[in-house]
Design a binder for this molecule. Structure first.
Ligand code: SF4
Length: 393
């Protein structure tokens, strides 16, 4: 088994300043596997929503919780590509006016291939978006149908083609594997087709069965057969091998990038850098003291009422003590190929990683090692992440 961390993997340094996450909780149709907070995309809501987000940005500015210019911006959802380029441009201008936007900021937008045109993508580029993350999921129409997606493989090809024409040179595609009744070989073929799109970044997620979703019900009723753990592990390893061969760096359990094309927004969250989340269902992380996580409840009406009254819609979800901050540093860091920086951990917490997690480290055995001053899990360790990480928490 190859170690997950490869000496070539040098993830970009984080810029100073917080990230900004904007949750766009609208979808044209609910996918049967999804348990994210999203609502039907009614035109009136889409029109009104940008002002509500801007209102929350103003409230956050007054809170004095956020210092420095924004280093990254991420429009996530839901389906952010349901907002018009004008709306996206207006939100970005307001974010810049209120907080300042770093000149090198990575500004990402998640886009559903079934909702974009050459015009809309050109508009997003002109509005300041410099990275697109396409929810392709599969390039096999039979799987797309089973996943309840609104787009086809041909839509995904057009979307990527248009994005390049619109001037985007930083594209990510999502791939879902371990689908019901999908063999490892079929997942590999799906990946092969996706590689032909030549994305700079790929997120490869094993399909999660979320309780309460129609997919969970279908599996319970025996209408579908879930992928076995063995099939999941086999596919995970084969995807890794193929992507490594194709020159992608496996920099986080589910994420691969061409050198230097890592998603800086997500890297910052795994590094426990501060980020501000706006919109119902969004989370924020303030790094002061040992850290504080805040959340805006996933309740649209309450969000409208609160921000319209000029009140802060976010509440404290968790105030970290030192021990919890150490545990979360391990939880987030070990997901990443760069691992946990041993010296930075000692400097921050006044104790060593080896001392604090002595028992957990022992239980990881050969799957966890200190390489070039970083504690890293190997590939098999990533496969067993949920099992190993409980000891750190
Ligand atoms: S488009 Fe994305 S957010 Fe919307 S229902 Fe489907 S998976 Fe969930």
């Amino acid at each position: 088994m190859q170690p997950a961390r490869h000496p070539r993997i040098v993830a970009p340094r984080s810029l100073e300043g917080p990230g900004l996450y904007l949750h766009i909780p609208f979808c044209l149709r609910k996918c049967p596997y999804c348990d994210f907070f999203s609502l039907p995309a009614e035109p009136g809501l889409l029109t009104a929503y940008p002002d509500l987000l801007i209102a929350q940005l103003e409230i956050e500015k007054r809170s004095h919780r956020w210092q420095g210019r924004l280093s990254t911006v991420f429009f996530g959802g839901g389906t952010p590509s349901l907002l018009s380029p004008d709306a996206i441009g207006r939100i970005l201008n307001e974010a810049d006016r209120l907080f300042g936007l770093s000149a090198e900021a990575e500004i990402s937008l998640e886009a559903n291939p079934g909702t974009v045109t050459l015009d809309s993508l050109s508009g997003y580029r002109a509005a300041g978006i410099n990275r697109l993350s396409f929810g392709v999921q599969s390039l096999d129409d039979a799987y797309l149908q089973r996943l309840g997606r609104i787009h086809t493989a041909a839509d995904a090809h057009s979307a990527v083609h248009w994005a390049r024409k619109a001037g985007f040179d930083n594209l990510s595609c999502d791939l879902i594997f371990a689908l019901p009744d999908q063999s490892s070989q079929a997942a590999l073929e799906d990946l092969e087709n996706m590689l032909r799109l030549e994305p700079q970044h790929l997120s490869c997620y094993g399909l999660g069965i979320e309780p309460g979703t129609p997919l969970a019900q279908a599996l319970e009723d025996g209408r579908l057969r879930p992928a076995t753990e063995q099939a999941y592990a086999d596919t995970f390893l084969r995807l890794h091998a193929r992507l490594a061969e194709a020159g992608y760096e496996h920099y986080e359990i589910s994420n691969y990038a061409r050198p230097g094309r890592h998603c800086r927004h997500n890297l910052n969250t795994w590094r426990r850098q501060p980020y501000l989340g706006v919109g119902p269902g969004a989370h924020s992380f303030c790094a002061r003291n040992w850290g504080e996580r805040r959340a805006v409840p996933a309740d649209f009406d309450r969000f409208v009422e609160t921000v319209s009254a000029g009140l802060d819609p976010s509440t404290v979800l968790e105030t970290f003590q030192r021990e919890e901050a150490m545990a979360e540093t391990a939880y987030l860091g070990l997901r990443c190929a760069e691992g946990v920086n041993d010296a930075a951990f000692s400097h921050r917490f006044g104790t060593t990683f080896a001392e604090v997690f002595e028992q957990a480290i022992k239980r990881c055995g050969k799957h966890l090692s200190l390489q070039d001053g970083h504690w890293c899990l190997d590939l098999e360790g990533w496969l067993l992440f949920d099992h190993f990480i409980t000891d750190f928490l």
